[in-house]
Design a binder for this molecule. Structure first.
Ligand code: SF4
Ligand code: SF4
Length: 384
């Protein structure tokens, strides 16, 4: 039985430091994990894009600082690392996210994941038999070689996957351009993508997982298009799947509606868990609605797809034509004609990488009129 610890907290560093230290110690006590002198410890926050901490796009720098100080106190060697989604240089991203300032003066390595290694075994040395679909799995060499991984996700929504929590955060251990390449390889199938995320989790198995839900995000996350929401909570566990299930419970979201939870459960990776602390209930949390985007008889699929599925839409007044979305799009579905962006929705695989990386809130999720009408009717029936 796993334990998920829940604690109300704030970004007041004196309070937060104690809360994180207590939580780390409690996670060690609840498992066989011990951080000890000389160990190499990877601290893996969510560093999706260069954004100030109050935008809730990235893990708060003070949570990273507290985790690093805990590791240092144990005499271990912390390294803060991620491979982010945008084309911003890593040192600038670290600066813009407030991490450089927060970690100033601490003996910690801050390093982008840049080198990949093919996966043949899990971190525990157990031989890894990857499903055929994910045979080409390569992950960060540093993450694979770590003695301990501390996973520090941000509590946010995700337009493609519903929420991005502890399991999804490990996608940042896929280095650089391999991330959009995976989106392209797996196409529009959320279940396959969730399977990949669980596959990555089963290799890395972070020993400590603490989610930053003090300032979280709802709506069209995980980038700047989401809505910042104050929730005032941190939650932690030695088991990332148990943590994700508990977060769903707190948000009033069905646990199995999150594709990664379902994929983990199908693979027997979701165990029972208990809650330690007072579970909060976040009312009316706005989660993006996940819809299948390939459905219906083959001859009608294109018509149904164009009229009954959401898609990314450019907000022209806000768009600075910076090309970040054009460069990241794995399907090459966005063109910049120097005056505006043009989306090719037949090519678009609805991965929403464009929405993730846009620094100017210039992409939104658009629901075609027919889809809006169907949802209204369904809501009416459900409320009866
Ligand atoms: S939509 Fe955003 S990322 Fe794309 S070109 Fe416009 S401002 Fe840049
Ligand atoms: S247009 Fe956006 S959602 Fe569509 S494939 Fe490209 S990045 Fe993904």
């Amino acid at each position: 039985m796993f334990k998920v610890i829940v604690k109300e907290s704030t970004y007041d560093y004196a309070v937060l430091r104690k809360d994180i230290f207590d939580m780390m110690a409690a996670i060690e006590d609840s498992s066989s994990v011990r951080i000890s002198a000389g160990q190499r410890v990877i601290v893996k926050p969510n560093l999706l894009a260069a954004a100030r901490p109050d935008k809730a796009v990235t893990t708060h720098p003070l949570i990273i600082k507290a985790a690093v100080e805990y590791v240092l106190e144990k005499g271990a060697l912390p390294q803060v690392s991620d491979s982010h989604a945008t084309f911003t240089k890593f040192p600038k991203l670290i600066e813009d996210c407030g991490i450089a300032e927060a970690l100033k003066g601490l003996p910690v390595e801050i390093k982008e994941f840049t080198v990949s290694k093919k996966v043949f075994s899990g971190r525990d040395g157990e031989e890894f038999t990857s499903a055929a679909r994910y045979n080409a799995l390569e992950l960060s060499e540093d993450a694979l070689a770590a003695d301990i991984i501390i996973n520090l996700p941000k509590l946010k929504t995700h337009t493609q996957m519903g929420l991005t929590l502890a399991v999804k955060n490990l996608f940042g251990c896929v280095v650089g351009k391999r991330k959009p390449q995976w989106h392209l390889n797996l196409g529009e199938n959320k279940e396959l993508f969730a399977g990949l995320l669980v596959e990555i989790y089963s290799v890395l198995r972070p020993e400590i997982n603490i989610i930053d839900g003090i300032l979280g995000m709802e709506g069209d996350g995980p980038g700047t298009s989401g809505i910042v929401r104050q929730m005032g909570v941190i939650m932690g566990s030695s088991n990332a799947v148990a943590l994700d299930m508990a977060v769903c419970r707190m948000l009033g979201v069905s646990e199995m509606s999150l594709p990664t939870n379902k994929a983990a459960s199908d693979r027997g990776l979701a165990g029972e868990f208990t809650i330690d602390g007072e579970m909060k209930h976040i009312e009316n949390f706005i989660v993006p609605t996940l819809t299948a985007i390939v459905f219906g008889p083959p001859f009608a699929r294109k018509l149904l797809r164009n009229n009954l599925t959401s898609h990314p839409l450019n907000i022209e007044g806000a768009c600075k034509l910076c090309n970040e979305c054009v460069k990241i799009c794995p399907a090459k579905a966005i063109a910049n004609d120097t005056k505006r962006l043009n989306f090719d929705y037949d090519k678009c695989i609805r991965c929403y990488c464009c929405l993730e990386v846009c620094p100017h809130k210039a992409i939104k999720v658009h629901q075609p009129l027919a889809l809006q009408s169907i949802r209204k009717i369904a809501k009416l029936f459900n409320s009866r």
